[in-house]
Each structure stands twice: as structure tokens, then as C-alpha cells.
Write a protein that binds this ligand. Structure first.
Ligand code: HEC
Ligand code: HEC
Length: 384
């Protein structure tokens, strides 16, 4: 309710003040212009900066032709992301479970949606623009359909009263008009499709590529890794040691997840047959026995702040995660376990030592992009 009352307080201050207040962090967003129809319905295009360049650039971000970004669309998406009016009980927003300080994941093992606890741990939302499969079980293929899925299942808003609310709130009315243009004829200004598209635009801006590891990789002089972190990095890449690289690395190094073959079984659960998995994951989506027990490889970016870990939030610390991978004995066999879980295939690979495990954890902590976690453009616009 707090979000709501803040919103009304802001509305009382008047549309212009609200627009100006929100413009503070984003100079390219202009308040309502001279009131001509054109200014009211023409959006301001937005293009991604190519930070870093080369393989570190964000060039692989997939922007669908029917949802090109605009400043107004992104701003609208940010407001909708944080507005709990988008839920049946008006208490749950995307931001209730996807918390910026936790890389847009949740520090709770399971979150509370409008029906009760969620089935799985809330995913982080970072650099999703280069992903082509969404949710732990891979049930959606675009950010737009993933947003619609999340909105429907976690928040179940009453659409007709939501449309009325958005249509009669001046700032929303203004932003829908700007972002998506003047509706033709009697077509409504606010639709579920536009709500979803705006939130998807905002999610595509949630990019983190400035961790100490990124800066080190770009050869920036301010970013030196310690001996322990460098050793951890080698363990991460070394097939005879951590061998994390095969699953947790993509070509532009942005997500630290393999985005090409993202659905895998990393030996979390013992199962004598495919029927024994507590959660069959991807198998539910494809119906294939060979996909039972497989889950989406999550981004390791900001992993320092996104505990608890794994689809069910079973591990509370990075030390526990690393312990899971560090020895033959801790890995659990099942029919679909990934052949890249090398310790299971080659049991003579030595366990990681205490020192190696702590170096690996130190390396994982270099993946934190602190500016992302505090970027005011991503923060709750209703809490000024
Ligand atoms: C009640 C908590 C909750 C709310 C509210 C919520 N989510 Fe989520 N979100 C989750 C959980 C839990 C998952 C993982 C679910 C799964 O994989 O089965 C998830 C996963 C996602 C993913 C997939 C990320 C990936 O890496 O594949 C996206 C995208 C997402 N949510 C966006 C949103 C948006 C947008 C909203 C608001 C419209 C929202 N969520 C509201 C809990 C929540
Ligand atoms: C065979 C592929 C594979 C390998 C190799 C692998 N992982 Fe994973 N990793 C996954 C998958 C899949 C998940 C998600 C599993 C789930 O939740 O069911 C995961 C999850 C994680 C998570 C949890 C992240 C989160 O947000 O919940 C961390 C941390 C992690 N892995 C680190 C590592 C490290 C460190 C190594 C090397 C020692 C490694 N992984 C090796 C596939 C792999």
C-alpha cells in the first residue's frame, strides 16, 4: 500500500512536478512539451550505448521489431515494474520479488505472490537481453512473453480495473500516449500488450557490465585482481579444477551463463529414474524424458548479492555452492546429469582443496557490478 499512497502524494504535486522530479536522473526525458498532438504522441527513440566495445559490447541484445525502445516506454516500464496496483490485492509489484540490491532477485528462498509462496526462487533480472529462454524451466522464449507470464501468475491483476486506473492517472496516460502513439479510432490507450511491452523495454535496460572482472578483462588500469581472485579465475576455467566455464560462460562474457545451450542438469539431485525428480524443470515444458531435471543456467553476474542459490534456493552461501561442485561425493547422479559435470565422468579428478574453494569464491565476488545495484535509473520511482 505504501507504493500507492506515495503515488497519490506525487500525483497531488501535479503532473509537471512529477515528470520533472523523475527527470532528475535522465536528462533525455523531457517533461510534457507544448501540448501539440505531435509532442503528446511521438516517442523519443532510445538506443543502447555500446559500452566497452568489441566482445564486451551489448550488440547481441535482441530487440524485437514490434517493441523498439523509447525513453518514455522505458520510463513507463519502470513505473509499472514498481507499481503494486498491477496485482489483484494491490500489494505485489515485480519489484517486491525482484529487488535491485539483490540484482533483481530475492533474498527470500521463496517469495510471496498474490496466491501464496512461489514455487521456485526468484530469478535475477540482469543482461536478459541476450537470453532466448526464460524461467528456471525455460517455459518462455521472449522477454515479452516472460513478463506476461510473470504478471499473470504472480500478480493476477483484475485487468479491467487496472486499465481504468492507468487510463485515469495523468502520468500513465501521458506515457502510454508517448510510448505507443495515438490509438487508432476507438482503440484503447491502455492494453495488456502495451503494459507488457513497456516492462520488457525496462528489463532490457537492466545491463551490468562494469564489475571488477569486466574492467580487468578490458585492461582498465583501475581494476587489478588479487592473487587469490586470479587463482580463483584459473580454477573457474581449468577443466581439471572447477571447469565452470563450459556452462557459465558466453561469448560476450555478459551473463556468465552459456546462453546457447542453457538448459542443464548440474547434479543437484539424486534420481534413480527420470520419474524421481522433485521438480522436473525443463521436462515439464518439452515433455521429453531427456529434459527431466534440467534447469536454466543462471547468470553468475552479481552472484555475491543474489543468495539464496539454485532454482529452489537450497544453498544460502557461495561456499555451499562451491562445496557442491568441488568433489565427486557431493554430486548427485541421475539419468540426465550433464556430461560436463566432469568430476562424475572422471572420478580421478582431485577434489578442490580448501584454498582452491576459497579462491573460487573470491573470484565469483569480482563479478559484482556495484553501480548496477545502485543505478538510480533502475530504482523505485515512487520512493524519492
Ligand atoms: C511473487 C514474486 C514475484 C513477482 C511479483 C514477480 N516475479 Fe518474476 N520471478 C519470480 C520467480 C519465483 C521466478 C522464477 C520462476 C520460475 O522459473 O518458475 C521469476 C522469474 C522471472 C523472469 C525470468 C528470468 C530468467 O532469467 O529467465 C522474469 C523475466 C521475471 N520473473 C519478470 C517479472 C516481472 C516483469 C514481474 C512483474 C510483472 C515479475 N517478474 C513479478 C518471482 C516473482
Ligand atoms: C553442467 C553445467 C554446469 C557446470 C559445469 C557448472 N554449473 Fe553452475 N549451474 C548450472 C545450472 C544448470 C545451474 C542452475 C541449477 C538449478 O538451479 O537447478 C547452476 C547454478 C549455479 C549457481 C547458482 C546461481 C544462482 O543465482 O542461483 C552458481 C553460483 C554456480 N552454478 C556456480 C558454478 C561454479 C562456481 C561452477 C564451477 C565449479 C559451476 N557452477 C559449474 C550449470 C553448471
Amino acid at each position: 500500500m505504501r507504493h500507492l499512497s506515495t503515488l497519490y502524494a506525487l500525483m497531488l504535486c501535479g503532473l509537471t512536478v512529477l515528470l520533472l522530479a523523475e527527470c532528475k536522473h535522465d536528462p533525455a526525458i523531457k517533461p510534457a512539451g507544448n501540448g501539440s498532438n505531435d509532442t503528446l504522441y511521438t516517442s523519443t527513440p532510445y538506443t543502447f550505448e555500446q559500452t566497452g566495445g568489441g566482445i564486451y559490447s551489448y550488440r547481441r541484445v535482441k530487440v524485437p521489431d514490434d517493441n523498439l525502445e523509447s525513453y518514455e516506454g522505458i520510463r513507463l516500464g519502470r513505473m509499472l515494474f514498481y507499481d503494486s496496483t498491477l496485482s489483484i490485492n494491490r500489494q505485489v509489484s515485480c519489484g517486491s520479488c525482484h529487488k535491485q540490491e539483490h540484482s533483481f532477485g530475492d533474498d527470500q528462498k521463496l517469495s510471496q505472490n498474490v496466491h501464496g509462496p512461489t514455487k521456485r526462487n526468484a530469478s535475477t533480472l540482469v543482461n536478459l537481453g541476450i537470453n532466448s529462454i526464460f524461467f528456471w524451466d525455460g517455459r518462455q522464449a521472449t522477454i515479452e512473453t516472460a513478463v506476461d507470464d510473470a504478471l499473470t501468475h504472480e500478480q493476477s491483476p483484475d485487468m479491467s480495473s487496472l486499465f481504468t486506473y492507468l487510463d485515469t492517472t495523468p502520468v500513465y496516460k501521458y506515457l502510454f500516449g508517448k510510448a505507443f502513439g495515438k490509438p487508432e479510432g476507438n482503440a484503447p490507450l491502455v492494453t495488456e500488450d502495451k503494459i507488457v511491452k513497456a516492462i520488457a523495454q525496462f528489463i532490457r535496460t537492466l545491463r551490468a557490465e562494469n564489475s571488477r572482472y569486466d574492467r580487468y578483462n578490458r585492461g582498465q588500469s583501475d581494476a587489478n585482481l588479487t592473487a587469490s581472485e586470479l587463482n580463483g579465475m584459473n580454477i573457474f576455467f581449468d577443466q581439471q579444477k572447477g571447469d565452470c566455464v563450459h556452462c557459465h560462460m558466453d561469448a560476450p562474457y555478459l551473463t556468465l551463463a552459456n546462453v546457447n545451450v542453457p538448459m542443464r542438469n548440474n547434479a543437484l539431485d539424486r534420481a534413480d529414474s527420470t520419474y524421481n525428480f522433485a521438480d522436473i524443470g525443463y521436462g515439464q515444458v518439452t515433455g521429453q524424458m531427456s529434459d527431466y531435471g534440467k534447469f536454466k543456467i543462471p547468470a553468475l553476474r552479481n552472484v555475491e548479492v543474489s543468495a539464496p542459490y539454485m532454482h529452489d534456493g537450497r544453498f544460502t552461501t557461495l561456499e555451499q555452492v562451491v562445496d557442491h561442485y568441488a568433489s565427486y561425493d557431493s554430486l548427485r547422479k541421475s539419468p540426465t546429469v550433464d556430461p560436463l559435470m566432469e568430476r562424475l565422468v572422471y572420478p580421478n579428478i582431485p577434489d578442490l582443496t580448501v584454498q582452491e574453494k576459497s579462491d573460487l569464491v573470491a573470484f565469483l565476488k569480482t563479478l559484482t557490478d556495484t553501480a548496477f545495484l545502485h543505478n538510480p535509473d533502475f530504482s523505485n520511482p515512487f520512493h524519492h
